[in-house]
Every structure is written in C-alpha cells, then in structure tokens.
Ligand binder design. Structure first.
Ligand SMILES: *Cc1c(COP(=O)(O)O)cnc(C)c1O
Length: 349
C-alpha cells in the first residue's frame, strides 16, 4: 500500500478554499417547489431543461461504481477528460514554479493545459519503439514535478506501457501519476483501475469519447482516492455536465453490449487495415496498436497527407512530432471508409 501525503502535494491555497455552494446542496430531504435557484419556473423555450443539472452526477456515479468496482466517491466526472487534465494541473501545480512530466510523443493536451496555466513541462521522450525507459528517468531531476502523465495505450503511437513500468513509477516517485486510459477499451489488456486501492498517488483517466462513441457529449472520468476526487470537486465549475448529456450517458451505461460489439468490429477492421497498409510499397512501417488508430510510417507522409485531402480523406499528420518522422495517424473507420482509404493509397504514386 503506497500512501503519500496528498494534502502536502496540493497547492496550499486550496486547503482553505471554500467552494461555491449551489442552491440545491443547501437543503436536505424531499421538496415540491423550487424557488431557490432563479431558474425559469414556467419551463424552457425548447425541451425541458429549465432546472440546473446535478452538480455531482450522482446517478451516473452510482452506475459507474458498479461497472468499475470502485466507490462513488472515487469518481470524478468532467466535461471530457480534458477538463480533468486541466483541473489536475490546477489542483497540484503552482504556476511558474511546478512542473508536469510527460513522455512524448503523447497526447497534446497535457502540455497545452500546463502552458495555459503557466506550469512547466519536463519531457522525457519515449524510445524509438515508443517504450518508456525508467533507467533514463532516474537521471532526471524531478524536484519540481508534481504530476506524471502516462498515456496507455499511448496516443499517437498506439502501444501500451507495461504494467511493471507503471508500477515502478508509482512505487519510486512521490508524485501524482495520471494514467490516461482513453483507449483502454480497445486493448486486450485490462484497465489498471483496481490499482487505485493500493496506490493513493494514482489517478486513472477514462472517457466516453472513444469506444462508447459519445465524443459529442463531452464526458470523461478521473478515478482515484476520495481525497484527490474531493480536491477536483472543490475547484470544478459547479454545473460542469449538462442535463441532456447526463441523461444520455445513463442510457448508454445500460447498453454496454453495444459498446463491446463496436469494439469487436473495430478490432477486425484494425487488423484488416493494418495488413492492407503493410502491403503497400509506400509504407515503411505500421506500428502495432492497442487503440482504434494506426500510426503508419510512409516514404513521404506530407505528400500522402495532401494527396488524401484531395481524395476527400482526412487523416492526422504527425510527421512533425518527435519520433514520428513521416508518420500519419489513421483512425480505424468503417469497412467502407477503410476500403476507400486503401483504394486511394493504392492509386498513389
Ligand atoms: C481522445 C483522448 C482523450 C479524450 O478526451 P475527452 O476530453 O474525454 O474527449 C483523452 N486522452 C487521450 C490520450 C485521448 O487521445
């Protein structure tokens, strides 16, 4: 059991912060008439959205706690996991003083969120095979680092970081380790969410934006111990998740099978796309993927990227990203879309 002092790691001014108290949280028990929140009692111009949503999304957390085998007070729900990333940085990092640690190439929002908050970014690149080298990490000065962001499966490389590597970082550093599992549903390996019981310095991020197919709703989760979750709740915008989104997510959680069916189909398409891409003479390498995208090294990525735009097919140019020279990141599409892509690439010369 790893126990670090969370209170000591969090920004000192948050200890005495009194969070905003919403109207609905200032009474208990059943009620019939709500004249407390300056809503429009007559109704809405369209639909029925005149009441403020539940600031703590209790129904969703109850359901998620069953599905994920965690307690409701170990769940934070954000307006996308991007909100959780921003709030974690604002909870633990003092502007112009503290740092986050990232392992590029990785998800761009960690750095952008840090920079918006005037928080420093310490980088240790992954190896050319996108592995995380913990020996190299030992030689780095991490004195000012408060948060360590690990993305697994990693975006844009698609590979998983081995559990032993993640555990060794959790064990050896008294920092908050944020493990971003946005793509975990596409991996054959399991989520490390159960580790939040053994490590109070671990935060797991997951999202509804990928496997669940609900990117438009904006909902992402942070799972951790209740102390960290309470800190996030303290500084979040009170009504960060709107009412229709909360309703739809509840409905989605009753249809987990649909998600699993789609994941299976995406797996099949991923294998097919990988083989087809490997067979092209313009391809140098297709990196193995535990996610719903493939990182592909071509002979001339920029040319292919622009050619595909002309064919009305948009992929992500990662060729300017560290260790991703000549690489495009291609999301696995539908059978039809993947066929179109392969056909177009076969015609490229
Ligand atoms: C897509 C993605 C997210 C999801 O962000 P949301 O704000 O929940 O849509 C988080 N992390 C990584 C690595 C991603 O690629």
């Amino acid at each position: 059991m790893k126990q670090i002092n969370i209170d000591e790691l969090a920004r000192p001014h948050l200890r005495s912060l009194i969070p905003y108290s919403s109207a609905r949280s200032e009474y208990e028990g059943p009620a019939e008439i709500f004249l407390d929140a300056n809503e429009n009692a007559l109704g809405s111009v369209v639909g029925t959205y005149n009441r403020y949503p539940d600031p703590y999304q209790k129904k969703i957390k109850k359901k998620l706690s069953d599905i994920k085998s965690v307690l409701p007070n170990q769940i934070f729900i954000g307006n996308g996991s991007d909100e959780a990333i921003d709030l974690l940085i604002r909870t633990f990092c003092e502007p112009k003083k503290d740092n986050i640690l990232i392992f590029p190439p990785t998800y761009g929002m960690y750095k952008v969120s840090a920079m918006i908050n005037e928080v420093g970014v310490t980088s240790q690149p992954l190896t050319p095979e996108f592995e995380l080298n913990t020996n190299e990490l030992r030689n780095k000065s991490l004195n000012d680092v408060k948060l360590i962001f690990i993305c697994s499966p990693n975006n844009p490389s698609g590979n998983r970081i081995p559990t032993e590597t993640i555990k060794s970082i959790l064990d050896n550093y008294n920092k908050i380790v944020v493990l971003d599992e946005a793509y975990i549903d596409f991996s054959n390996d399991e989520s490390l969410i159960a580790l939040i019981r053994g490590y109070n310095n671990l935060v797991i991020l997951q999202t509804f934006s990928k496997a669940w197919g609900l990117a438009g709703l904006r909902m992402g989760m942070a799972y951790s111990n209740s102390e960290i979750i309470n800190l996030l709740n303290k500084i979040k915008p009170p009504y960060n998740l709107n009412e229709p989104a909360q309703k739809i997510i509840l409905e989605a959680l009753n249809q987990k099978d649909r998600k699993e069916d789609m994941v299976k189909e995406i797996h099949q398409e991923r294998t097919r796309l990988l083989q087809a891409l490997q067979a092209l003479n313009i391809t140098q390498k297709v990196y193995p993927s535990d996610a719903n995208f493939l990182l592909v090294k071509f002979n001339n990525a920029k040319k292919i990227f622009n050619y595909l735009i002309n064919q009305s097919i948009i992929v992500r140019d990662r060729s300017n990203v560290i260790l991703c020279e000549n690489c495009l990141r291609i999301t696995v599409g539908t059978n039809y879309e993947n066929n179109k892509l392969i056909k177009a690439l076969k015609r490229f010369h």
